[in-house]
Design a protein around this ligand. Structure first.
Ligand code: 8OZ
Length: 368
């Protein structure tokens, strides 16, 4: 039986242990450019088997929040290169989470002040973060416009170009496609946000089409073994809702099984909240079985509210990797603390989004 501390092969990635830094939005990248402080933050956490970066926009249209990083300009790529070098120097592996927010945005962040884009012109009942008078402010998202079908190949191409730049220019070990939390690809997947009547709406096959086109394009460019995907079958985050998620997500993972991915990353329950939602039941074991039965060999990564004990149980029950969010944010040496069963620093919510080093790079490690 494996433990959290055993190495594992995930696609092309040889990981030193099964503990993963979950993607965490921190809003510390002014003008969408990664900073040296971000390099320090990620390098501090390099003892993880794998670091997944905060969500990173593939285009300005894909931006939805103040001070989140991008991966579409030269300075952004240069900034990320410093991050990947710091992590590699510290002996870690790091992949970037590629993000298009779709409707979860605001005209102020969009090219030319245009409306955000979405599968259908339905406003998300959620807020985004803008900077107002120098401080972060929660603001209602803007009404989106529905994408024309002839715009979709451009979006697929933009994901592909970002993936290629991530690996070839910025030095990432791979990419994770953000298919979760009510952003563009999840908006296409789910019936609550997708009311299209073309080939990208209606049936499960149609709603999954864009996500699968993106995954084929990205794996074609950087290799399946360097590609992962994050999915959140039942999260209510950002007004996400599907009327019948079990067959939808089982279809998606069966299709993904043919792409020889590094891993599939599943958020169980409500992102950052309860692991069980009585009004949104979901059978995660059946999802994993659907993937394995279809021949999927990627690592199975689980996330949401794990502590060391629950994580060991998940590994014993056949999960391959466990992603830790808030716990890892507050404990740069989480791997060592879990190994020693040491006490944990408590995360400070007031410094999650925006600001500088405080609540970011100043959480103490255990003394040696
Ligand atoms: C918190 C704040 C802003 C964005 C996600 C990228 O939920 C996010 C996010 C989280 O996936």
């Amino acid at each position: 039986m494996y433990t959290l501390f055993d190495p594992i092969q995930a696609g092309d990635l040889r990981l030193a242990n099964r503990i993963v830094l979950a993607p965490l939005t921190r809003n510390r990248a002014p003008d969408a450019i990664p900073t040296p402080l971000m390099a320090e933050y990620y390098a501090q956490r390099a003892s993880a088997g794998l670091l997944i970066t905060e969500a990173t926009a593939i285009s300005q249209q894909g931006q939805g929040y103040a001070d989140v990083p991008g991966l579409y300009g030269t300075e952004q790529l240069d900034g990320w290169k410093r991050v990947t070098e710091s992590v590699h120097d510290a002996g870690g592996k790091i992949i970037v989470q590629l993000w298009h927010v779709g409707r979860v945005s605001h005209t102020e962040l969009q090219p030319g002040g245009a409306p955000p884009v979405a599968p259908s012109a339905i406003t998300a009942k959620t807020k985004t973060v803008l900077i107002r008078h120098g401080v972060p402010a929660f603001v209602e998202t803007s009404a989106p416009r529905a994408l024309d079908a002839d715009e979709l190949p451009g979006i697929v191409h933009t994901y592909q170009a970002a993936a290629r730049n991530a690996v070839e220019t910025a030095g990432f070990d791979g990419v994770e496609i953000h298919g979760a939390n009510g952003y563009l690809l999840d908006q296409f997947l789910k019936s609550g946000s997708n009311q299209r009547t073309d080939d990208y709406g209606g049936s499960i096959e149609n709603r999954a089409r864009l996500l699968l086109e993106v995954m084929r394009a990205v794996t074609g460019a950087v290799g399946g073994g360097r590609t992962g995907i994050r999915l959140s079958p039942v999260t209510p985050a950002n007004d996400a809702f599907d009327a019948d998620p079990q067959p939808l997500f089982e279809y998606v993972v069966r299709q993904l099984a043919t792409l020889h991915l590094a891993y599939i990353h599943i958020i169980e329950g409500a992102t950052g909240g309860p692991r069980e939602l009585p009004e949104r039941p979901f059978d995660y074991a059946a999802l994993k079985t659907a993937y394995r039965t279809a021949g999927g060999k990627g690592a199975w990564m689980v996330n949401n509210g794990y502590d060391g004990k629950l994580a060991e149980k998940a590994i014993a029950n056949g999960a391959d990797l466990v992603a830790f969010g808030k716990t890892f944010l507050a404990n740069p040496d989480l791997v060592e603390r879990l190994r020693r069963n040491a006490p944990l620093n408590v995360p400070d919510k007031t410094t999650f989004y925006g600001g500088g080093a405080r609540g970011y790079t100043d959480y103490p490690a255990l003394s040696k």
